[in-house]
Design a protein around this ligand. Sequence first.
Ligand SMILES: *Cc1c(COP(=O)(O)O)cnc(C)c1O
Length: 486
Amino acid sequence: MTLNSLQSALSTPDLSLELDATQLRELVNTVLDHLAPHIDQLPDRPAWESPDDIAAEAIAAAPRPEGRSEWSTTLDELFSQRLSPSYNPASPGYLGYIPGGGLLHAAIADLIADVLNRYTTVWVAGPGLVQLETDVIRWFSDLMGLGPDAGGFLTTGGSLANWSAVFTARCCRLPEDFLKGTIYTSRQSHHSILRAAHLAGFPASRVRSIETDDDCRMDLAQLEQAITEDRRNGLTPFLLVGQGGSTNTGAVDPLETLADIAQREQLWFHVDAAYGGFFQLTERGRQQLAGIARADSITLDPHKGLFLPYGTGCLLVRSRQTLHAAHGMHADYLPPMQEDDDRIDYCQVSPELSRDFRSLRVWLPLKIHGFETFKNYLDEKLDLVQWTAQQLENIPSLEIITQPSLSILTFRLQPPGVTDLAINELNQQLLTEINRSGEVFLTATDLNGCFTIRICVLCFRTHLERLEACVQRIRDACQALTPAAS
Ligand SMILES: *Cc1c(COP(=O)(O)O)cnc(C)c1O
């Protein structure tokens, strides 16, 4: 290309990717025309819909768009063709898996963060904004009682936080040739622990899944035996993972005793509190989680216990230096990194470089509502599951398998004289029946080979009214399936 033709090509740039202030306002309003009715109708919409009802065109491979499309038709496609059917973890009736939430304040924070598009992974690029993450991390680590040297970072979720924890423990406790290292966790732990171990380089043969007691808490005698045996075989126990609220039943391992064992055996003590950690805000939660303050690292999921939209996890460590030792790197093209301990370059303490300005999504709702509001909501969830347990106890042939632990309880229908196999089938039918109307959505798990139904209360929108409806559904379904008892 000649200079002239270059110059004429460059003199009329395509400006279609720009939005001016008026266009931005207009566009946001168009989006709000979809979102506002969505929020208004949320409580009346089903908590889940079966994927079997999906229209073929919604999941057909789409051709690559070459030209432009109208906003209105594109938004229509999203809201009217793709949104339904789906599970709705933002619904008050969603009591399956671990409910979501999706605080709207956090969604607005995301809009602000993405419009600003600041680079918050190195301190010099935006010290005031980077400090938001540092503050959030300090608020969380103070809540957990981790002490003055604590640090951490925000991740996309608990799985990534667990990975970074295992990796940090490996780097701090094992030699470069680390394959003699062994990891201890419970049979009830989240599968992301095993995956974290794999991703951190450990084969399954280096992970011990310790059996649990009747309350689904780690069996301490078996733990100690496994550690002793591994040492005898020339292996190097280095990491103990406790559950700060299991996904299955909400069980909290005896963290205080695990901390004693970790200390005596010189193991890194990690607590996976992705589900349960924020119950630390409540008196009852603090009692159950006693000992968490002695952890070397803790996984939290603000997108669970703080009701944030998906994509927000957190890893805390007792000593910031350990994160730095594991993740710190040098590159010639990056700005100089900070020496001052208070000026944190997040790329030096975490696995990511460029990332979204995710701290705003945590900071803004906390700042607007205060921790007290979240504490009150979490106390309500604890009350709700207690109330539900009391109601279920009055249903004939229904057996509570695990009493409420944090905000999860499990149950099963067990009419006398029915065989184990038939009981599993019966409970599968029961679950289908309970979920049929979409007013509530429960899920099941396998506890010692038994199909067991769970109720997990965590969405901020879930209140007494919905659990009354849930209990009524369960009562009706039980009656329909055990005609003899009616
Ligand atoms: C949800 C959960 C995880 C995984 O977190 P993600 O945010 O889904 O990646 C890990 N551990 C426990 C106990 C959980 O409940």
